[in-house]
Structures are given as structure tokens and as C-alpha cells.
Design a protein around this ligand. Structure first.
Ligand code: RAM
Length: 402
């Protein structure tokens, strides 16, 4: 029952702001994919006798299990404080569609909106309206601009994810089994130091979400940085898959976090047959690529950030079939915890119990989360925990959870 990845990561932190609140109970939900849940305030409320606040979680778009799981945690955390949780996401995976929904929610008088953003800068204009109406904007998973957010929660450090996506790709192509808690960085460097790919340098493709998606773009940038470092240290093992760009060694395609677009892009990789491995830093891309690679019996391998319940058919069940499987191993984190901590952040921000400065903190479920400087932007960030590697040894256990 150990699946803590051997990734070195830091700990938690928080941001916040002086909170105003002023929320009131939400109206009956409108629009697509809306869920409102009302806590039993008589029993759950702490010492707080005020009217419950409504805290909204908004994912990139509807129909994404990752977003649904985040909301599961968010709702749990918000309701545990006697407040009200609401789930609102647009049908379309765009910043503009999210902004339109934010505008509606401000008009309804919610207290906070926690966004997984399709575009970091899309919310700057609407943030003024939010502020003047006392509505806190926060983000989780995929960030909004630091200047307008009360808090941003990420599952684990960007570089922890980006570098380990590269290590996983190299290890899979070298057919090195994943062993629990192994040092993937050391293993990848060992593979390259042995010049394993000297006769046939590795070509890496990426199947991402949208071109503007903040979190995917950060993970990809981190992958690129690590590839440059590894290429300089162990020349001749990694091919430049993007000769059109001086800044990129990756062949990147965008499936827009849309199932059909992701299938189309996965099929483009298969018919071009240029890459050895597809790394998909989105659960939507992972599932689409898994299906298409399996159906086409392509030799291209797959790894990335996937949900065990969606990927189970494309992954191995033992060491014996590990490298026959489309995706021998992959990574993710506890998505439910990510949602829960971001829900606790929203409540604390609205209550004014933490103020958004580096070092300020709040508690949830017996743990303290403290804001640290965001290494990837101007603001601060809360890091929830560690990523997990999902492999033949633990898929059974996680398939029913995430
Ligand atoms: C998708 C979304 C989300 C990302 C995960 C890994 O569901 O794009 O932003 O964090 O994948």
C-alpha cells in the first residue's frame, strides 16, 4: 500500500487574502453540468453562526473525470465547514467560456470561485467585477494570473512532474521495469550514460490539452528544460523531435482536452509514425491515446498523467506483460485530495483566516498547508503532496479510487 513516488518534492503552502465574504446561498443551479450541494449547517457548522457561504469549483470543461474527482474532494472540504459547495464548468474548454460562467456566478452572489483555468490571463478583466462584488477568485490545478488570485493549489511541484515524465519515457523505451519507490532520475541517467539509444535516438511526442492551458504548458516547459540538460550530459541519445523550433525538442500536438480532438491527434501520431513514445500530460489525452494505440497495434509507447480507472485496459497486470502493454506505467496524484485542499483554501480565504502571504497557512484534515513562493510565477502556491507512479503493482488498488 505504498505508492508514494520516489519523487523529491516539497511540502505545502498557501496563499490567501484578507477576506471579505459576503456570500449568500446560491440559487437553484442553471446551465450545464451544475451541481449544488448544501451542507447540513445545523450539525456541521463550527462556532460560525453566519449564513453559509457558497464556494464554487469550476473545472476546465464538463465531462472530465479528473474535474469530477477534484470536486468530490472540494465538496467534502467545503461542507465540513458548514458551507455550500457548487460545481460549475463550461461545455467548451476555453477561457472565454469560463469567464462567461464566472460573470453569471458573480451576479448570483457566490462567495468564491476556484478555477482550473484554460487560459491564465483570461480572467484579469472579470477579476475587477469579482473584487467589487466581494467574490474571491482562486485557482487549483491550472492557474489564473497571480495578481488576481487569492490562492493557487497544485498537487505537486511542476518540475517534479515535468522531469519525471521524461524519466518515465526513457525508462519505458529502455524497457526498464518500474519498481516501487525507485529513483527514476538516477535510472534514466544510468540508461543514457550507457548510450542505450546511441544507434536510434529517442523521439518524444506530447499529446497535450489546449495551446493556452497554463498547467500543461508549465509541465511541457519543464520537460524541455530537462531534455536539454540530459542531451548536453549524454549527447546522441535523444533526438530533436521538433526541428522547426530552436526551443523545443518535442513533437507537440494539442487535443484540447476534448475526447474527439484527442483521438484525432493520437491518430496523427500513429499515422506519421515518427515518435517512439507519446507523453500525455492530461488524463483526456492519455485515455484517447491509450485507446488508439491499442486498437492500431502501434509500436509507439505511452506514458503521462492518467487516471487509473480510465487507463486500466492499457496497462500491465504483472511484470511479465509490462512492456507488451501500451502504457507500462504512468503518474498522477490523489486528485480528490487536490480538490479538498483547494476547497479548504477557498473557505479560509473567504473567512479571512489566512492572508495570502508566503508563510501564512490553514489546516485541513489534521494537516497544515502553508503558502510558499511559487517557483513558476510571481505569486505563492500551496503544494498538496507527492505524485504517485501507477504501475502493474498498484493498479488494482487504485482503479476503484481514482
Ligand atoms: C486533465 C486536465 C487537468 C490535468 C490532468 C492531469 O484532466 O487537463 O488540468 O491536471 O488532466
Amino acid at each position: 500500500m505504498k505508492k508514494l513516488l520516489a519523487i523529491t518534492l516539497m511540502v505545502a503552502m498557501v496563499v490567501a487574502m484578507v477576506g471579505c465574504g459576503g456570500g449568500k446561498t446560491a440559487d437553484a443551479p442553471t446551465g450545464n453540468n451544475t451541481e449544488t450541494t448544501t451542507a447540513d449547517t445545523s450539525e456541521a457548522a463550527s462556532s460560525n453562526t453566519d449564513e453559509p457561504e457558497t464556494h464554487v469549483f469550476m473545472f476546465k470543461s464538463t465531462g472530465n473525470l479528473f474535474g469530477d474527482l477534484m470536486y468530490q474532494g472540494f465538496k467534502e472540504a467545503v461542507e465540513s465547514t458548514g458551507n455550500i459547495a457548487e460545481y460549475q464548468s463550461p461545455a467548451e474548454t476555453t477561457g472565454a467560456a469560463q469567464v462567461a460562467l464566472v460573470e453569471e456566478l458573480i451576479a448570483k452572489g457566490v462567495s468564491s470561485i476556484t478555477i482550473s483555468a484554460n487560459d491564465a490571463n483570461a480572467f484579469n478583466a472579470i477579476s475587477r467585477l469579482a473584487e467589487s462584488n466581494g467574490v474571491k477568485l482562486l485557482s487549483a490545478d491550472s492557474a489564473i494570473d497571480p495578481s488576481i488570485r487569492a490562492s493557487h493549489t497544485i498537487p505537486t511541484t511542476i518540475d517534479g512532474v515535468g522531469t519525471h515524465l521524461v524519466y518515465a519515457a526513457l525508462m519505458i523505451l529502455a524497457e526498464v521495469s518500474y519498481e516501487e519507490n525507485m529513483d527514476m532520475k538516477a535510472k534514466a541517467e544510468e540508461i543514457l550514460a550507457a548510450n542505450t539509444f546511441a544507434n536510434d535516438p529517442v523521439v518524444i511526442g506530447v499529446l497535450s490539452a489546449t495551446t493556452t492551458s497554463p498547467v500543461q504548458n508549465l509541465w511541457i516547459a519543464s520537460m524541455e528544460k530537462e531534455l536539454v540538460r540530459l542531451d548536453a550530459a549524454y549527447p546522441g541519445n535523444i533526438a530533436d523531435a521538433n526541428t522547426n523550433s530552436a526551443d523545443s525538442m518535442l513533437d507537440i500536438k494539442y487535443g484540447n482536452d476534448d475526447p474527439q480532438d484527442s483521438v484525432t491527434q493520437a491518430n496523427a501520431f500513429i499515422s506519421e509514425n515518427k515518435v517512439d513514445v507519446i507523453v500525455s500530460p492530461t488524463t483526456v489525452g492519455m485515455f484517447a491515446a491509450g485507446q488508439q494505440l491499442q486498437d492500431s497495434s502501434s509500436k509507439i509507447k505511452l506514458t503521462g498523467l492518467g487516471l487509473p480507472s480510465e487507463m486500466v485496459n492499457f496497462m500491465p497486470t504483472s511484470h511479465v506483460d509490462e512492456f507488451d502493454a501500451v502504457c507500462p506505467y504512468m503518474m498522477l496524484w490523489n486528485v480528490i485530495d487536490l480538490g479538498a485542499v483547494s476547497g479548504a483554501a477557498a473557505v479560509a480565504a473567504v473567512d479571512g483566516t489566512y492572508d495570502g502571504t508566503v508563510g501564512s497557512s490553514f489546516g485541513y484534515n489534521g494537516k497544515i498547508y502553508t503558502a510558499i513562493e511559487d517557483p513558476d510565477s510571481e505569486g505563492s502556491v500551496i503544494v498538496v503532496g507527492n505524485p504517485y507512479v501507477f504501475f502493474q503493482g498498484n493498479m488494482k488498488e487504485w482503479g476503484g479510487i481514482l
